[in-house]
Write a protein that binds this ligand. Structure first.
Ligand code: BEZ
Length: 184
């Protein structure tokens, strides 16, 4: 994880596109629907610490380059006094292969700003990469980890995106497949 430093005088925004959309377990001053352009959300990162275990990893989302696409999520404005502590907490939560980056972000009110987000490096040891939707769904349906079932992670994400009005076809297709599989 890179030790980025952010000015205490600048508002610090975090962009979430996965569990941070529906489980932001840190203090923030404001949250808004938000999007980043040129990226797509994919269940291509393995999880052995939250939604799977070593030897039976789950699959969680990462960002992949996707020119012309828009990825919707939620942006959180942090209290400048709490920014460093929140980043340290998130760095720890996402320590298994994710790297921080700062991306141009569009808020639903039209404001543009830069927000910190996390992306799995394709070189990280937990990276799984693409697979057929059927294979990904079967893996998600079977996986459990310390944070709960992988199925719950997917279905909470699907529900949050559907509730926001910004359906994601990759997530929708996986949710349909997983819901047709028995609960493990
Ligand atoms: C998120 O935006 O929820 C997120 C995704 C991957 C790693 C960390 C956070």
């Amino acid at each position: 994880m890179r030790a980025n430093h952010y000015s205490v005088h600048e508002p610090l925004w975090i962009f979430g596109y996965g569990s941070l959309i529906w489980r932001a377990d840190f203090p923030y001053l404001e949250s808004r629907l938000a999007a980043i352009d040129g990226y797509a959300r994919r269940f291509w990162q393995g999880s052995t610490d939250h939604r799977g275990v070593p030897g039976a990893p789950g699959r969680v989302v990462t960002l992949v380059d996707a020119p012309g696409e828009r990825c919707w999520g939620r942006a959180y404005r942090l209290d400048p006094d709490q920014g460093a502590a929140v980043l340290a907490q998130l760095d720890h939560r996402e320590k298994n292969g994710y790297e921080r980056l700062r991306l141009a972000t569009l808020l639903d009110c039209g404001q543009r700003l830069h927000a910190v987000t996390y992306r799995a490096a394709t070189s990280n040891p937990h990276y799984l990469g693409p697979a057929s939707l059927q294979c990904i769904a079967a893996q998600i349906a079977a996986a459990h980890g310390p944070s709960g079932s992988n199925r719950e992670y997917l279905l909470e994400l699907q529900a949050a995106l559907a509730g926001s009005g910004h359906l994601d076809e990759h997530v929708e297709a996986l949710a349909r497949l997983v819901m047709a599989l028995p609960v493990a």
